[in-house]
Design a protein around this ligand. Structure first.
Ligand SMILES: [Zn+2]
Length: 538
């Protein structure tokens, strides 16, 4: 008689075959039970495509601990596992990948020599074969029975990840429950895209140790996947059932030299007749600020196919005033980044901090730009902010330095960059998204060194004269085209909003396609020179 597994959350006994059909998710309460390595591989690999690497590695027992040697043999026999990780290569929906999957049944998937060696070889061999790596992590940390030798595995694996990355290859890690200690502090966190399974516990020091050390009571969500997302360390939290599809999609974005083979949007739009506007500068400012205007995400979703959002700055937080990720346009993969205002409710406006990015937002943007550079994807930025976040915390985190750093670094990003100002373009906070080979603007957007209210207040100590300031500041698309601050202006339909933006988006889509074509054959050197020259002229 087959016995089931007991769910950790609801304590019900679940039949194994039912669990196997349900990705080891408890059908009673939805709890993600730990998934055994071979089952994980079976759930992802195309039929019979998995080939194991380094299967017969012998246990290293560097401290000659006889108790450890005995326990290792017993564990291996009991679970049919030769140490805590399985590595190899396989196909997944046609994409050829190298894969590593850890298994907590073997000494809590702690990392000793065999785990470290298999991980290092996985990345070395993948680099040789030019394969992306997918790593499923779970671990209690370093393997104590191997002492200092287990500590050395952290650096060994981190260095192997770097070598693989320097070959321009993709690494995706999926952090599962639990990923702790030396594995978190080495290869697990070093992926280009770090994903976490819903509810997984992820951290460096264990919660109990932290409580003992600090005497503080920790919040319930401490070190959960969701906590890590909010604090900027994982790109996204994903559900197990949709994982194969999700990973396949990410892989497709990174294969075929950036030509995405996924789904393409079909286009049907109503043409909206529009005449050039005769608004004065202040009226344009009010229009640019209108809550009816589409947001960056509206444009991203309308113009591109298959947008995948990634989160976090890998330092402190995920700033919701900045959104970014990968998308495609007529099959060409690009990185898109935008400043995002909330528009439907006060809650959303607060959540997005009125579209004013914090240092975390600029760090996230720069991280995504550098990733685009690694994978040779053009970058397209959408500008819509009254300015960078203004407050104590922003200053404590060096808002000025962070923006300066983006300006410096974006001058050297070796892929074509395009910036589209579609709403408000205020100050250095906007410019940080505006260092591009070409800068475009919508007819009723504005772009200026600060708000007209701020200008009037500084120069005349009277912010009621903002309308006069707006006129003087030359902040409309017409003025800026004349000053050659922007290269191209798109005419808008009357009272632009998300219901009448179709024709405009189609025009932008076509123009982006031409921009990509214009830049396709250029060398990295000439892309950089052109961008440098564009701003050097002012
Ligand atoms: Zn359950």
């Amino acid at each position: 008689m087959q016995t089931g597994r007991i769910c950790n959350a609801c304590k019900q006994e679940i039949q194994r075959d039912i669990l196997d059909q349900n990705y080891s998710i408890c059908p009673q309460c939805g709890y993600y039970m730990r998934m055994h390595a071979r089952k994980r591989i079976l759930s992802l690999a195309d039929k019979k495509s998995f080939r194991e690497w380094d299967a017969n590695m012998k246990l290293s027992n560097p401290l000659n601990d006889s108790e450890y040697a005995l326990k290792a043999v017993e564990t291996a026999v009991k679970h049919k596992l030769n140490d805590a990780i399985i590595t190899g290569e396989m196909n997944m929906e046609g994409s050829h990948v190298a894969i590593g999957v850890m298994d907590t049944r073997y000494m809590m998937a702690s990392m000793g020599h065999v785990v470290g060696e298999r991980v290092a070889r996985l990345f070395e061999k993948a680099a040789e074969k030019k394969l992306p790596v997918i790593m499923f992590c779970c671990s209690g940390g370093a393997r104590m029975q191997e002492g200092i030798i287990s500590l050395m595995q952290m650096e060994k694996t981190a260095a192997a990840v770097r070598k693989h990355s320097e070959a321009g290859l993709l690494y995706i890690s999926v952090l599962t429950n639990p990923t702790m200690g030396g594995v978190t502090a080495s290869f697990a966190m070093l992926a280009d895209i770090v994903l976490a399974e819903k509810g997984a516990r992820i951290g460096f020091a264990g919660a109990r140790v932290i409580e003992q050390n600090t005497g503080e009571t920790l919040p319930d969500d401490f070190q959960t996947a969701e906590f890590q997302l909010e604090h900027g360390f994982v790109d996204d939290v994903i559900s197990r059932a949709g994982l194969r599809e999700y990973l396949s999609k990410v892989l497709k974005f990174h294969m075929n030299r950036g030509w995405y083979t996924g789904h393409h949007k079909s286009w049907g739009v109503n043409t909206v007749e529009s005449d050039p506007n005769d608004l004065d500068a202040w009226e344009t400012v009010l229009k640019a600020r209108s809550r009816e205007r589409p947001t960056s995400l509206d444009y991203v979703n309308q113009i591109f196919d298959d947008f995948m959002e990634f989160h976090g700055d890998k330092v402190w937080a995920d700033d919701h005033a900045v959104v970014g990720g990968i998308a495609s346009i007529y099959g060409k993969a690009v990185t898109v980044i935008g400043q995002q205002k909330g528009k439907n409710s006060m809650n959303e406006a607060v959540y997005r901090n009125w579209g004013m990015p914090s240092p975390s937002g600029y760090r996230k943007a720069l991280r995504l730009m550098k990733q685009a550079e690694k994978f040779k994807r053009p970058v397209i930025c959408f500008v819509d902010t009254v300015g960078a976040a203004c407050g104590i915390e922003a200053e404590q985190q060096g808002q000025g330095y962070v923006i300066a750093n983006v300006l410096r670094e974006t001058s050297a990003i070796k892929v074509p960059m395009l910036s589209i100002i579609h709403g408000e373009g205020g100050s250095g906070g906007a410019l940080a998204f505006g260092v591009a080979n070409e800068v475009w603007m919508l007819e009723n957007a504005v772009y200026s060194v600060l708000t007209p209210e701020g200008y009037a207040s500084i120069l005349w100590k009277d912010n009621a004269r903002a309308d006069k300031a707006a006129e003087l500041m030359k902040m409309t698309s017409k003025d800026l085209k004349g000053l050659r601050v922007v290269d191209k202006v798109f005419q808008e339909p009357e009272d632009l909003n998300h219901t009448n933006m179709g024709e405009l988006c189609l025009q932008i889509r076509e123009a982006i396609t031409l921009f990509l074509k214009r830049n396709e054959k250029k060398t990295e050197k000439s892309i950089l020179q052109e961008r440098y020259k564009r701003f050097r002229e002012f």
